[in-house]
Design a protein around this ligand. Structure first.
Ligand code: ATP
Length: 304
């Protein structure tokens, strides 16, 4: 019998998962799995739980939480040679990855997608020793994702990020970097750089408009040093995906990217603190099979 392990963050989002657990487990059992779950207890626990699921040979591992929980689960699974299929139940404040794979923000609907059994291959990124599934980045602006207190997120959700962004905007400084991407080089001052696996980043769904989930390539975006007025203009363009041709933006595909800086630069992986530069990003082609709705995603080989 196939076995599924649900790893859920009981504090995620507005603590939405807890009351739906019996239905989720029942749906999995009905789909033919022997299902069990693990509630995470603290930061890092989802990674440990995922490693244990590998040791115990689970066929499916499901991450239920926000992007932070998915990130931790991915890091517990990604080094294994035989990796379980990955399911996502989005109950966080930011659910960028779920949005990118069109898994709805309803516990029951997300569980139905896993029960239906359709998967597609997805690339992931590795930065130095850590993996990310959605987005990596650096620059002062990306730091706001972990400056938002968790309690505030639980209370007011996505709004907490925007409030923090407005608060930080006037103080954002540029960083001098050297970025090497597939043999090309950029040297100069930047506001931020992003290395995206998907098109869905921080609620901006068109930030990397042509990112593919499984072409073996990252979409890289560099925002050069700008003044505040230009910055706001480009952010507004980014809502519609019209920033990619702006003269302050470098937008390119690459599967290996190296970032070096003389200043201290914090790196961000899937919204979590990922260490300090220098960094090397490597794309791992079709590393996971992820449950997605059938017939919806253009990158799904089943729809091509
Ligand atoms: N029992 C727990 N108590 C406190 N924190 C926890 C617990 N379990 C996991 N965490 C931590 O909570 C962090 C945020 O979780 P998660 O991403 O699932 O949801 P979120 O708070 O809605 O945030 P977001 O969706 O913005 O990432 C994770 O980085 C994880 O390490």
């Amino acid at each position: 019998m196939k076995r599924a392990r649900l790893i859920y963050n009981p504090t995620s989002g507005r603590e939405a998962i807890k009351k739906h657990l019996p239905e989720v487990l029942a749906k999995l059992e009905k789909a033919g799995y022997e299902a069990s779950c693990h509630a995470t207890t603290e930061e890092g626990d989802a990674t440990n739980a995922a490693r244990i699921a590998i040791e115990r040979g689970y066929d499916v591992v499901i991450a239920a939480g926000g992007d932070g929980t998915i990130y931790e689960v991915v890091n517990g699974l990604a080094d294994a040679e035989r990796r379980p299929k990955l399911g996502i139940i989005p109950v966080g404040t930011t659910n960028d990855f779920a949005r990118a794979i069109q898994v709805p923000r309803s516990v029951e609907a997300a569980a139905d997608i896993i029960a239906a059994g359709h998967t597609m291959p997805i690339d992931i990124g590795k930065m130095n020793e850590k993996y990310f599934i959605n987005i990596a980045g650096g620059g002062r602006l990306t730091e706001l994702t972990y400056e938002v207190p968790s309690k505030l997120k639980t209370m007011i959700g996505q709004l907490a990020y925007y409030l923090k962004g407005i608060e930080m905007l006037p103080s954002i400084r540029a960083t001098e970097v050297t970025i090497e991407y597939d043999g090309r080089i950029f040297e100069g001052e930047i506001m931020l750089f992003l290395v995206a696996n998907t098109n869905s980043v921080g609620g901006f769904e068109k930030l990397a408009p042509d990112a593919s989930l499984n072409d073996g390539m990252f979409t890289m975006l560099i925002l050069k040093k700008t003044n505040l007025a230009d910055f706001i203009r480009i952010a507004t363009l980014a809502i519609r995906g019209e920033h990619v041709n702006d003269r302050n933006v470098i937008y390119a595909k690459a599967n290996r990217i190296k970032v070096a800086t003389k200043d201290k630069m914090q790196l961000n992986l899937d919204g979590e603190f990922g260490g300090l530069a220098p960094a090397e990003f490597v794309n791992h082609y079709r590393h996971f099979d992820v449950f997605v709705p059938a017939g919806k995603l253009p990158d799904d080989p089943a729809n091509q």
